[in-house]
Design a protein around this ligand. Structure first.
Ligand code: QAP
Ligand code: CO
Length: 170
């Protein structure tokens, strides 16, 4: 098992559009295992492969209270979104320490492959729906701060760059 390095905003590699997975291979299973380990260790509820600098369409999530419901979504695709929207506070392992409100569809239907390569569909609402939309955004090269105002986004960018420079000096 291994902890992976999570890219921090505004790392330009977070803007990469991930490729679909055409065949699930052994290295994907190893990556999935390491992504779960990394996500749980960091107290996250969702992690996209993009965030660990692996640019294939793969997400791991667990929105349960007690880290008991791991979910794996390969090549996820939103096939329906409710017109009803909800505003909720979001954070991101790639934007450590910053949280802000983002508006998203309250309910979605998603099609994806499981780790055996079978097609599944899932109807998701509220936190799970928000998490899936947030993670699919990562696969498209998008970070939640892009929904915030220019002013807020720049404040976050400046603070994170400063923190990263101080880390490099330490
Ligand atoms: C995305 O986010 C998400 O700043 C997953 O210091 C967020 O796991 C989906 C985290 C909100 C739905 C609602 C963030 C951990 C974790 C931090 C995360 C931090 C430690 C964020
Ligand atoms: Co994120």
């Amino acid at each position: 098992m291994a902890l992976l390095t999570i890219l921090s905003y505004p790392d330009p590699r977070l803007q990469t559009v991930a490729r679909p997975i055409t065949r699930i291979e052994e290295h994907h299973h190893l990556l999935i295992r390491d992504m779960f380990e990394t996500m749980y260790e960091s107290k996250g509820i969702g992690l996209a492969a993009t965030q660990v600098n692996h640019h294939e369409r793969l997400i791991v999530m667990d929105v349960s209270e007690d880290a008991s419901k791991p979910m794996i979504l390969i090549n996820p695709r939103i096939i329906w979104s409710s017109s009803e929207r909800v505003m909720a506070e979001e954070g991101c392992l790639s934007v450590p320490g910053f949280y802000d409100g983002v508006e998203r569809a309250k309910e979605i239907n998603v099609e994806f492959l499981n780790e055996r390569g079978d097609i599944n569909t899932l109807q998701a609402q509220d936190l799970l729906a928000i998490c899936i939309q947030h993670e699919i955004d990562h696969l498209e090269g998008k970070v939640f701060v892009e929904y915030l105002s220019f002013l807020k986004r720049n404040r976050i960018k400046t603070k994170l760059l400063k923190a990263q420079r101080e880390q490099e000096r330490a």
